[in-house]
Design a protein around this ligand. Structure first.
Ligand code: PA5
Length: 434
């Protein structure tokens, strides 16, 4: 199980405050697992690692096998919770320099997460000579960004491949009975997987929303679910040692002590999108009723050479949550050079992982001495099992934290304000008086 280390945040917290926060976390635990809190009908994600149907796993595998070797590219269409989990997982699992044609599985690209014309026109030209398929993910089936991307790509497909072949190239993931995407799936006979009604977008990575793109990309969804199952076993126990309860207690204390920002830090480019997923999870779950920590993300050591100055010496409004991970088995060792003109001979024989670890340690010490409390999580390595654990850990911690703040972790009413304005400006019928 991933490890939570609190030694560098403890000096910032009074023991009696910690005791009280832990008691509040225990109360939030009861609220969450009993399903009696606000949004309690949206806690289906808690049991996904143990209630996952074999049919879903075999459906994902069947679709992946059908497309293996037949499609060059699969475009995954979705936004927010229908995009970030899969994007984060694929970034984490893939070779850093993987590109189209290097693996047996289709190359996965994403669309429908912005309205950029440049992006869409680049995508259309990239797809021109490719045999491609679509996975269209939208729980509501009505979100404008993915709906528009789907319309454009579906029309392109129909022109290139004809109706029957297009039907075989599209899989949808949406609500089991409602929404335009469900209606289209039925009318045109697309293979379609359902998102459980009791699981919201940002908690849905362990449904078809995350599992299907991961399987189609050729990664091991059973190990991914297995990792989440191990995390669930640990986190569903209400105890002093429950890492999600401990983390939620510290986050809450940081907020109460006046911190405004939680900075999620990684030391591996493969975890960049983990930060994007975390930002959505925490911002949409906690940022309401004029409350909540603002989630920010930094990539170290890259950003130590830019934002590092502010962290060390700017306003004291943040604390850090670092996600540390061991590397894969392949070592990269600093070689001897002929002249030592770069002055790096003192590192000869050491691995980059070891040097990265020293950078992590040095940074934590520097930031702690600059009054930036630091909490960190350690993964054994970046793979399906560990990422399954990590997703579940953060979902659980986030829901606890929101209950500790006194807000509903599972709604996002404020997002409608932007949508209504956009629809009104675009002249959507029924929105002129909103
Ligand atoms: O977490 C959420 O609920 C949102 O971020 C949604 O995932 C996002 O708005 C996309 O919604 P949908 O899947 O309905 O297209």
């Amino acid at each position: 199980m991933l490890k939570l280390n609190t030694e560098m945040i403890e000096p910032f917290v009074a023991p009696e405050d910690l005791k009280k926060a832990k008691a509040d976390a225990a109360e939030a635990f009861d609220t969450l697992v009993s399903g009696k809190g606000a949004g309690g009908n949206m806690t289906g994600w808690l049991d996904l690692p143990v209630s996952m149907s074999d049919t879903l796993i075999s459906d994902c595998r069947m679709i992946a096998n059908r497309w293996l070797g037949t499609l060059d590219v699969v475009v995954v269409i979705g936004i927010g919770g229908s995009f970030l989990g899969a994007k984060c997982a694929l970034e984490a699992f893939s070779h850093s320099f993987a590109s189209a044609g290097e693996r047996n599985s289709p190359h996965i690209v994403f669309a429908g997460y912005s309205l950029s014309e440049d992006y869409m026109s680049d995508l259309l030209s990239y797809l021109k000579k490719k045999s491609y398929g679509l996975i269209v993910i939208s729980k509501s089936g009505t979100t404008i960004e993915p709906a528009l991307a789907f319309r454009i790509l579906r029309m392109n497909m129909l022109k290139r491949f004809g109706a029957e072949d297009t039907r075989r190239r599209i899989v949808t993931v949406t609500d089991s009975s409602n929404g335009a995407l469900r209606a289209m799936s039925e009318k045109y006979g697309y293979v379609s997987l359902s998102v459980p009604s009791n699981v919201g977008g940002r908690y849905s990575v362990l449904t078809a929303v995350g599992l299907l793109p991961i399987a189609v990309a050729g990664f091991d969804i059973e190990r991914f679910i297995g990792g989440a199952r191990e995390a669930r076993e640990c986190l569903m126990k209400k105890s002093e040692d429950n890492p999600a309860m401990i983390y939620a207690a510290y986050r809450n204390l940081m907020y109460r002590s006046g911190k405004k920002i939680e900075v999620f830090v990684n030391y591996h480019p493969k975890l960049k999108y983990l930060g994007e997923w975390l930002k959505q999870l925490f911002a949409e779950s906690e940022g309401k009723d004029l409350k909540g920590l603002f989630p920010a993300t930094l990539d170290f050591t890259t950003d130590l050479h830019s934002v590092g100055q502010y962290i060390q010496d700017g306003e004291r409004i943040m604390f850090e949550t670092s996600i540390l991970a061991g590397s894969k088995e392949v070592e990269v060792i600093v070689p001897k050079s002929t002249d030592n003109l770069d002055g790096l001979d003192y590192l000869v024989g050491r691995t980059l992982e070891d040097i990265n670890y020293m950078a992590e340690k040095g940074t934590r010490l520097a930031h702690t001495s600059g009054n930036v409390p630091n909490i960190y999580l350690v993964l054994e390595k970046i793979d399906e099992w560990n990422m399954g654990q990590l997703f579940y850990f953060f979902e659980f911690s986030c829901a606890l934290s929101a209950y500790m703040l006194g807000v509903n972790p599972f709604d996002q009413p404020a997002v409608e304000v932007y949508k209504n304005n956009l629809y009104k400006l675009l002249g959507r019928p029924g929105y002129q008086d909103k």
